[in-house]
Design a protein around this ligand. Structure first.
Ligand code: AHG
Ligand code: MN
Ligand code: MN
Length: 330
């Protein structure tokens, strides 16, 4: 049987009435932009991908050439297609309404164009993350307010992982599905269908250098994992931390695990961004049978107050996420 390409996958969903033609085009356009970004990632030092440009984004993070290039590629690919009303990006201070003469569509796109910036210059996997919302009815000039919708309103979410292979993980609300780029043909081919995250795990991911600043429930959970067989958990745990959320989350999708970037005494709101990272990943993980909270609340139910707001993130295998959340409630 011929493999299912991303195009075929999306057309099938359009025919089934799960997505409309505009959303299909939007997802395909993001996928096409990710192919272009993956080529630039491969070129690496040949194009100075990791060079610090001397500019900062709105969150005071130093921008690298690949951060800016990836942002340009995603915006340029999307602005003329007619599906979008506006785009917001981790790398841009304010949302950009689609400029004339391009037609405006009904969707809002949010992007983390290059996730894992600290790994660009050391040849470790990075990625791109996207989230799609509907533009509220009656809004013709979408501004920040139009974007401030809880994550449960997302109509699609996805991420590309530029690793040894280029992968694309997407959901349109009927499960999480995986595709691999066939670089010789130039198409994404479906390699995983309806991914299920095991409910239990013995693997955790956290940046342990922040340990002294963690809140007591996180400290308790990790202490118990580290105590392993000798402690209350009665079994040993393994630890992993890539420092590219896309790679850590893909591992969780593939073999289970819990991924945490909790708020702490330094990052009091958290480190990761609600609208560009936490929400799309929470939707992808929930659609694969996992869970995602900020420690207290389901991430997808958080009402955003600001576009660039940060949040604590605990996601992955359901039973472990529920355990961490119960420690916060205790
Ligand atoms: P970005 O490169 O978009 O700024 O995001 C990086 C994020 C995330 O990918 C990763 O999990 C985390 O930052 C790594 O943080 P540390 O450097 O503190 O480990
Ligand atoms: Mn990121
Ligand atoms: Mn980024």
């Amino acid at each position: 049987m011929r493999p299912t390409t991303l195009t075929k996958f999306l057309i099938t969903r359009q025919r089934d009435g799960k997505i409309d033609a505009d959303l299909r085009l939007l997802i395909e356009t993001c996928a096409r932009a990710c192919k272009a970004i993956s080529i630039q990632v491969n070129k690496g030092k040949l194009i100075g991908a990791g060079d610090v440009l001397g500019t900062q984004n709105v969150q005071n993070e130093a921008q690298k050439r690949l951060d800016v290039l990836s942002n340009e590629i995603l915006i340029e690919a999307n602005e003329w297609g007619g599906s979008l009303a506006a785009v917001a990006s981790e790398e841009m201070e304010a949302p950009v309404p689609i400029p004339l003469p391009h037609p405006r569509g009904q969707y809002l796109l949010l992007i983390d164009p290059l996730d894992g910036s600290s790994n660009i210059d050391i040849n470790i996997s990075v990625g791109s993350i996207f989230s799609v919302l509907r533009c509220p009815e009656g809004v013709s000039e979408p501004d920040e307010k139009a974007f401030l919708q809880p994550g449960r309103e997302q109509v699609a979410a996805g991420f590309a992982l530029y690793g040894p292979s280029t992968l694309l993980l997407i959901t349109v609300g009927d499960g999480t599905h995986g595709f691999m780029l066939d670089p010789y043909v130039g198409s994404f081919v479906q390699t995983q269908s309806d991914i299920r995250i095991p409910e239990d795990t013995s693997e955790f991911a956290i940046n342990a250098s922040n340990m002294r600043r963690w809140e007591p429930p996180i400290k308790r959970y990790i202490d118990e994992c580290l105590a392993g067989q000798d402690g209350v958990r009665g079994r040993d745990f393994n630890m992993r931390w890539v420092a590219s959320m896309v790679a850590d989350v893909y591992r969780v999708l593939s073999r289970g695990g819990i991924f945490m970037y909790p708020r702490d005494a330094k990052n009091t709101e958290g480190r990761l961004r609600l609208m560009y990272e936490a929400n799309p990943m929470a939707m992808i993980v929930e659609q694969a049978g996992g869970a995602a909270t900020d420690g207290n609340q389901r991430i997808l139910d958080v009402q955003p107050k600001r576009l660039h707001q940060r949040i604590g993130v605990v996601l992955g295998s359901k039973n472990e996420v529920e355990r961490v959340t119960s420690y916060h409630a205790a």
